[in-house]
Design a protein around this ligand. Structure first.
Ligand code: CP3
Length: 323
């Protein structure tokens, strides 16, 4: 299990590979399913969760499966309504001045049932996930530019902290249940942490992430996006691996931490030809040779990525491993 080995700090000659958003619109088999089911159905019917999760394992041969779901799904435990429309940001219907959380109370059982099914169908490590609480908070405002959640943090700081407390408790319960159901590790997607100034991240967000990462018993990966200015704080988070996008040099970061690093091929490279993909994939692998590394993209697979290129990318990593 080279993927779990690297997370656990065990080095080896081979680099494991999986891809954020590996189960999505870039796969024909996913698009075929989506013709029959809405995205929300695909996330809430255990059999569809399991089937979709396993598509990229079977088609691409990646070293880990990631639970098929979405970071907004746990909001259903707060009785939110969530709407997904193709090509636009998701819409969340919730009253942020009247949030209540009284435990998961079976509202997310379809996720845990899905996980149990996946575990009967594959031996590959299974990655669970949740959003970092600030990232989840950002989606409560339906503001594509995320000005409103930031303004709320600055002006309604007390209320902000109360909401973050609630989202943190929800996230810990949710991840705990995923791990108990069979996930081998989890990734905390703090996709929007990078919109904050460093001192604000440290003062208002860091401790909640810290609490989540130190509460859960299985290995974790912390992902942040466009977060170069936060790296020194992020590297203080107690996690097994840090995942960054392509705007940073992973080797430079490796000089500051002994932990595993995940990433960070520019996802746009997958829109080019095979020669270009191979060159840039080798660059990422060469740069991290001898270090604790899990190969991934810097951010999710773009929906318009040719499926052939995804398969080619995974094969290039495999071939590199075998030479
Ligand atoms: O990585 C995987 O394959 C697992 C599944 C997964 C999805 N979303 C499926 C999805 C994961 C791990 C996520 C996480 C997620 N969701 C994040 C964090 C990662 C990141 O990209 O920064 C965020 C910010 C979201 C919120 C979200 N979900 C948005 C903004 C959108 C709409 C934009 C888009 O890509 O269409 C979604 C929908 C979504 N989540 C889709 C998928 C496959 C597309 C749904 C469809 O089929 O139309």
């Amino acid at each position: 299990m080279i993927f779990l080995d690297r997370l656990n700090g065990i080095k080896g000659p081979k680099t494991p590979v999986w891809l954020m958003r590996q189960a999505g619109r870039a796969l024909k088999e996913y698009r075929d399913l989506r013709r029959d089911y809405s995205f929300l159905q695909m996330c809430t019917v255990p059999e569809l969760v399991a089937k979709t999760t396993l598509l990229p394992v079977d088609i691409l041969g990646v070293d880990a499966a990631i639970l098929f779901s979405d970071i907004l799904i746990p909001l259903l435990a707060l009785n939110a309504k969530i709407f997904y429309h193709e090509g636009t940001p998701p819409v969340v219907e919730i009253d942020i001045n009247n949030l209540h959380y009284n435990g998961l109370s079976n509202k997310l059982n379809f996720v845990f049932e899905g996980i149990k099914l996946i575990k009967t169908q594959t031996n590959r490590p299974l990655i669970g996930f949740a959003a970092g609480p600030f990232t989840l908070f950002c989606y409560l405002f339906n503001d594509a530019k995320f000005y409103s959640p930031k303004a709320f943090l600055y002006q309604e700081t007390k209320k902000f902290k109360k909401i973050m407390e609630l989202l943190t408790t929800l996230t810990i319960d949710y991840l705990n249940a995923q791990l108990k159901s069979g996930c081998d590790c989890y990734q905390l997607f703090d996709s929007w942490a990078g919109i904050l100034p460093p001192k604000i991240y440290k003062e208002y967000v860091f401790d909640y992430n810290l609490r989540i990462l130190s509460s859960l018993k299985k290995p974790s990966i912390y992902f942040a996006h466009s977060a170069n200015h936060l790296i020194d704080y992020i590297l203080d988070l107690p996690t097994n691996a840090y995942s960054f996008d392509w705007k940073v040099d992973l080797k430079t970061i490796s000089k500051k931490t002994d932990k595993c690093l995940q990433g960070n091929l520019d996802n746009t490279i997958l829109l080019t030809n095979k020669e270009t993909i191979k060159k840039h994939t080798h660059d990422v692998l060469n740069n991290m040779q001898g270090l604790l590394h899990i190969f991934n993209l810097g951010h999710g697979v773009l929906p318009q990525t040719p499926q052939d290129n995804l398969k080619f990318l995974v094969d290039v990593v495999r071939e590199y491993n075998n030479n």
